[in-house]
Design a binder for this molecule. Sequence first.
Ligand SMILES: Cc1cc2nc3c(=O)[nH]c(=O)nc-3n(C[C@H](O)[C@H](O)[C@H](O)COP(=O)(O)O)c2cc1C
Length: 139
Amino acid sequence: MVGVFYWSGTGNTEAMAQEVAAGIKAAGQDVELKSVSEISAEEAAKYDKLALGCADMGAEQLEEGEFEPWYTDLEKTISGKQVVLFGSYGWGGTWLDDWAERIKGAGASLVADPVAINGEADDDGKAKCQELGKALATA
Ligand SMILES: Cc1cc2nc3c(=O)[nH]c(=O)nc-3n(C[C@H](O)[C@H](O)[C@H](O)COP(=O)(O)O)c2cc1C
């Protein structure tokens, strides 16, 4: 079972999460798709393969009110897990680079490059999200 857990304010990252989940299923793995409001970090820590998504908020940051505390909890137990990252941004788009460094620093393995999409994913963006899911499922 692969976990796809995300934070999305206006639905763009949520739509990406659905495509990532579709890619995981297409690769033959079961998937649990949830917003971080629907699953505790403790529950999420039970998954060995995690696709994590968060929109670019604040000033090139993870969303601070809900996602950052959730992820900070998860990070304590993320060592050794296989992870991919994705999210939607508006004008910057560097938050996933910082997050990727954080993931590696916590001892998890990033199995593919993060996927950042400007605004709403078009068909090409959706395909990238599906590929990301497949990469995690088959890693
Ligand atoms: C309060 C707020 C802060 C934001 N800060 C950034 C930012 O620092 N850099 C950026 O590229 N986009 C920023 N954005 C734009 C969002 O990342 C963008 O609209 C994205 O598509 C939202 O994804 P979502 O639909 O999953 O919430 C911000 C949006 C809001 C509402």
